[in-house]
Ligand binder design. Sequence first.
Ligand code: PLP
Length: 416
Amino acid sequence: MRISRFGRKIKQRSGISQLMVDLGEAFGGDMLMLGGGNPAHIPQVEAVFRRQMNELLSKDGVFERVIGDYDPTQGNSEFVEAVCGLLRAECGWDVKPGNIALTTGSQSAFFILFNIFGGAYEDGTSKKILLPIAPEYIGYSDVGFAEGLFAANRPDIEHIDEHTFKYHIDFDRLNVGEDIGAICVSRPTNPTANVLTDAELAKLNTIAMAKGIPLIIDNAYGPPFPNIIFTEARPVWNENTIVCMSLSKFGLPATRTGIVIACEEVIAMVSEMNAVMSLGTASIGAAIATELVRSGEIIRLSREVIRPYYHAKAKLAVDRLCELLEGVEFHIHKAEGAFFLWLWLPGLPITDVELYRRLKKRGVIVVPGHYFFPGLDEDWRHKHECIRISYAQDDRRVRAGLEVIADEIKLTYGAD
Ligand SMILES: Cc1ncc(COP(=O)(O)O)c(C=O)c1O
C-alpha cells in the first residue's frame, strides 16, 4: 500500500500504542497491570457518577438530548459555563466562557495545540515544542505532524535522602531560541510524580512571555480537580498560558472529556479543530459532571476522597518498594502527585526494555523509562535505568506486582 509520510508515521508502532496494546492484553488476562495510566475505580466516586447518570435517565427528555444532539464545537455550553464559574471561584482566574473549550480527552488537545504552535510557519521557519524538563509524558511523543517536533532539556537531580530524589528544571541549560513555538510541562508530571515548584513555573512563565510564546500546562492530575497532588502548588493561568485539564483522572476516562483554558484566539482554533476532527465534542462526560461542577461537589470529592485515596496508596507503595529493594542501589522520585512511582536503578546491568520484557514474562506490566524522553535525543544512560510503576490498582495487586519487580531486579543484579 502506498501511504503518505504521515501515514508511515502512524504505521510505525509508537511508544504509546505499544503501551495501549499491553494495557488491553493486561486487562484481558491475569497480568498485574502496573503499567497504564488508568485511574483507580474508587467506589465513593463511582457511586456519585451512578447517581448523576440516574438523574439524567429519570428526567424527561434529558437523556435523549444528551445522546441525540451534537454539542457545539466549543463543547457543551452549560458545562463550559459551570467550569468557568468554578475556576473563577476556586482559582481566582479571570476567565470567561470564551476562554474554555472541550476536547475529546486532553490527549487530543495536545495534538491540536502542538500542531498549532509547532511545525512549519508561513515565514519558512520551523518551530519546536520545548519540554523544559524530561522525563515527560509519553503521550506527547507522536502527536506532531512534523518530524522532530520536540526539544527537551535534561533535569537537575536533587538527592533528598538515600532513596529519594527530585528533578528540577536546569535553567542554565534551557535554551529558548527562535526555533521554539511553545513550552509545555505536565504538573504533576507523568511519569515521575514531580510537581514543578511555583518558582519554577513563574520563571517559565516569564520566559514564555518575554519570547511571546505560550506556556502550556498539562494539569491532568492537578488542582482544582482531580487534585491528585501531595504538596502545595498554586494553579496558574493568564492570557499567555494554556492550561489543559481533564475528567479522566477524576474517574471518567471513557467519557473522553478534555478541557482547554486559553485566550479566546486559541480557544477559537481549538473549536475549529474539534469541528474538523469530530464535528462536536463528546457530550456524556459534561452531562454527568455539570451538576458536580456547578455545586462544587467535584472539589469536595477531589479534596476529601480522591487525593487522600492516592496519597495513602503512594505511601504504601513507596514503603513497600523500599523494604523489598533493601540491599540494591535504587532511587524513587519523590511522590508529589499523580499515581506513579518513578524508579531509578543506577548501573542497571540490563536496559529498561529488557527489564520490562522479563517482568512481562512473569506477569507484571510496567513501562520502560526511555519512552518518556521525547525530544531528548542525546545519549544518556539514565534514560535506560528507569521504569514507571503505576499504583492505581487495588493494593493486593500492587503489592504482588512490587514483589515480582523487586525480585526480578535483585536477580538481575545477582545474575548479570
Ligand atoms: C500527563 C497526562 N496528560 C494527558 C493525559 C491524557 O488524558 P486524557 O486524554 O484521558 O484526558 C494523560 C493520560 O494519561 C496524562 O497522564
